[in-house]
Design a binder for this molecule. Structure first.
Ligand code: SAM
Ligand code: DTB
Ligand code: SF4
Length: 323
């Protein structure tokens, strides 16, 4: 396909899988130019939003997500623990703020929260907000009354990923459906909470599945305010432990497609940075990634180190948002 025959669909409201596949197949210089142009139209390309993650309830999860070290059904050597105490969470949030985090994201290995657990999480949200941090939680499936309760507690963002394309989804998870995920996202959006929704690549999916994930995200009733793009962290003991890592340029292309199709969203270069070269990360920032997870740990696996990130930001002249 020659560049001149591809329409410039940057202003579309709905994206088809084929239109995203066409973007992914563009010559790399053309794709990057389009992504950089869209990025500059909406953001300062030298600014990156910083979030820190904390696992507030680890392991023992009843779901069967094939990528996840926290599923009870897989032998990953991870010790399961109960929901953390509110004070312990606040101590972690204070430390994250001191290291430059703007948003504090709390994750729990639940299929869905029980109402009494949700009350404890609401106390955490109120405490973290009072430190002057934005709040995000990821707790599994939510009902409409639960999203209303979280909104009342002051929650800024809810993370709930589509993970992959509708077509590939059944190969990765059988214990909840794609529609279940869309329903939770609708409840979150309807409650007036910002949506953080993305996916994972490097799970054996093909190019059309990657296009399908991006097209689905970009065509939600409102594009998610935050779009985490995770490269699989292959954990021993999970069904996806032996997955072939995604090629770095293919990953950058995906970031560029996310930027072009969701021009005003924060696109987060999420899990998988620890295994990525500085050069690959730099290309991701050029392609429009403008958010990262900062801190030594993601939920249960290692993240890029804080000192390495500081050095990378200095080399690239990138600043944390708001600094
Ligand atoms: N249990 C809740 C749920 O799944 O909705 C919240 C926590 S769950 C760990 C949050 C997200 O982390 C998943 O949807 C998935 O996209 C991502 N994730 C989990 N394990 C991962 C891995 N090994 N590599 C990359 N991303 C992963
Ligand atoms: C998201 O999209 N990535 C984060 C966050 N949302 C919750 C989680 C990454 C988890 C990586 C595997 C782990 O550390 O357990
Ligand atoms: Fe459970 Fe979430 Fe892991 Fe799936 S991704 S097994 S729901 S913790």
């Amino acid at each position: 396909m020659s560049v001149s025959t591809i329409e410039r669909p940057e202003t579309r409201l709905r994206w088809s899988r084929d239109a995203v596949a066409d973007l992914l197949a563009l010559p790399f210089p053309e794709l990057m130019f389009r992504a950089m142009s869209v990025h500059r139209a909406h953001f300062d390309p030298a600014e990156v939003q910083i979030s820190t993650l904390l696992s507030i309830k680890t392991g023992g999860c009843p779901e069967d997500c094939g990528y996840c070290p926290q599923a009870a059904g897989y032998e990953t050597g991870l010790a399961a623990s109960k929901l953390m105490a509110v004070e312990a969470v606040l101590a972690e949030a204070r430390a994250a703020k001191a290291k430059g985090a703007q948003r504090f994201c709390m994750g729990a290995a639940w299929r869905a929260p029980k109402d009494h657990d949700l009350e404890n999480v609401c106390a955490m949200i109120e405490g973290v907000k009072s430190l002057g941090l934005e709040t995000c939680v990821t707790l599994g499936m939510l009902t409409a009354p639960q999203t209303a309760r979280l909104k009342q507690a002051g929650l800024d963002y809810y993370n709930h990923n589509l993970d992959t394309s509708p077509e590939y989804y059944g190969k990765i998870i059988t214990t909840r459906t794609y529609q279940d995920r869309l329903d939770t996202l609708a409840n979150v959006r309807d409650a007036g909470i910002n949506v953080c929704c993305g996916g994972i690549v490097g799970m054996g999916e093909d190019e059309m599945d990657r296009a399908g994930l991006i097209a689905t995200l970009a065509s939600l009733p409102t594009p998610p305010e935050s779009v985490p793009i995770n490269a699989l962290v292959a954990v021993e003991g999970t069904p996806l432990a032996k997955s072939e890592p995604i090629d770095a340029i293919a990953f950058v292309r995906l970031i560029a497609a996310a930027r072009i199709t969701m021009p005003t969203s924060y696109v987060r270069l999420s899990a998988g940075r620890e295994a990525m070269s500085d050069e690959a990360q730099a290309l991701c920032f050029l392609a429009g990634a403008n958010s990262i997870f900062h801190g030594e740990k993601l939920l249960t696996t290692k993240n890029a180190t804080v000192s390495h990130d500081d050095a990378l930001f200095a080399k690239l002249g990138i600043r944390p948002l708001g600094s």
